[in-house]
Design a protein around this ligand. Structure first.
Ligand code: TMP
Length: 238
């Protein structure tokens, strides 16, 4: 399968049509942004690292019975995926409080949540991806009630799978963001990526941050952190 026309360019990825109009190629770039695009940089090899990390994680989730858009990884930067209608929601789970929740509610970063915290944001750059609830999502007309229930069910299952996976590689899964899409037959599937761009991952022994917070907070060694996550995942699957 080869790339034909670029139909979308996001902050970290590009989407291309293919000869099959039900399938798209996702191309992973090295570009990184934070704070709704205000901070920009290129992180060497990030595209390859996130493609490889997302591939291993999606394969694990597929094995666990989670429906996803993923078909196959074509090369170091490209994945073949089912074409879906992306639901414009960012679905966040927090196991440990950090980032925007720590700030908004003045809770100490690192506080363990009493149970997984489920959040929705409206994916809309002009509005700065605001935090919303399920009633807001219905009022926005971007999703139906039964679809919201399915998204929540899948998300909590994904959290359990990912917590187990990261635990085995000595990482705490602090929080993460998911996106879902709809296949032409209406099936809700996990889409987008799962990588250090979209998760907070802390080493279990040292609490060292091995994710995009190294870029957001100017902590340095961003590429090394992504390399470390890929190395541990590869060792786990070896
Ligand atoms: P937050 O604490 O900034 O709300 O982020 C929660 C999680 O969502 C964290 O793992 C990073 C991820 N995330 C994205 O994937 N994309 C985004 O645009 C933002 C703001 C966060």
């Amino acid at each position: 399968m080869t790339k034909l026309n670029m139909i979308y360019e996001g902050k970290a990825k590009q989407l291309y049509t293919t000869e099959d109009d039900t399938k798209l190629i996702i191309h992973y770039k090295d570009d990184a942004t934070a704070f709704n695009g205000v901070k920009k940089a290129s992180i060497e090899h990030k595209g390859e690292l996130n493609n490889a990390i997302t591939t291993l994680i999606f394969k694990q989730l597929i094995q666990a019975g989670i429906p996803t858009h993923y078909i196959e990884t074509l090369n170091e930067r490209d994945q073949l995926c089912h074409k879906v209608d992306i639901i414009p929601l960012e679905v966040i789970v927090r196991n440990i409080i950090a980032g925007s929740m720590a700030k908004r509610l003045a809770i100490l970063e690192g506080t363990v949540a009493p149970r997984p915290i489920y959040e929705l944001c409206y994916k809309n750059d002009d509005l700065g991806d605001p935090l919303i609830n399920e009633d807001h999502a219905l009022a926005l007309n971007v999703v139906r009630e039964d679809e919201l229930a399915e998204i929540k069910r899948l998300t909590l299952r994904i959290n359990e799978e990912l917590k187990k996976l990261f635990d085995t590689i000595n990482i705490k899964l602090v929080d993460f963001k998911l996106e879902f899409g709809k296949l032409p037959d209406g099936t809700i599937v996990l889409a987008d990526e799962i990588s250090p761009d979209t998760c907070r991952l802390w080493d279990k022994d040292t609490n060292q941050k091995l994710d995009k917070d190294r870029f957001r907070r100017d902590l340095g060694q961003v590429e090394d952190a992504y390399q470390e996550i890929l190395k541990r995942l590869k060792e786990h699957y070896a």
